[in-house]
Design a protein around this ligand. Structure first.
Ligand code: FAD
Length: 71
């Protein structure tokens, strides 16, 4: 449960930071030379391969409520 909470929080925060950085730079945010788009795509991989955010949320929810909502 603690590992899921850490993965859920870190990947969610990283996605938000990368998205904010891209927004801050506007048009320049999607130029590869400025490296923001690269971080955005890198963090998308983390969002999936460390266990998807949805599955982490299901694990956290089961730990808190004792009820499993897995399909
Ligand atoms: C860049 C990259 C590197 C990888 N490297 C490795 C590696 O080295 N070793 C390895 O073993 N694997 C690796 N993987 C695979 C990775 O572990 C899987 O992609 C990941 O576990 C998600 O599985 P999936 O892609 O089959 O998606 P699925 O499990 O098919 O998920 C699809 C969608 O359904 C949702 N979902 C899945 N199950 C449920 C459920 N029970 N209830 C509700 N929603 C659900 C998910 O959240 C997601 O939104 C890698 C993946 C990537 C993208």
């Amino acid at each position: 449960m603690q590992a899921s909470l850490a993965k859920f929080t870190c990947t969610r925060t990283a996605r938000a930071i990368a998205s904010n950085a891209r927004d801050l730079l506007a048009g320049n945010g999607i130029l590869l030379a400025n490296r923001v788009a690269r971080h955005m795509t890198d963090v998308e991989a983390l969002h999936t391969y460390e266990g998807t955010e949805t599955v982490q949320a299901l694990i956290i929810g089961r730990s808190i409520t004792g009820i499993s909502a897995f399909n």
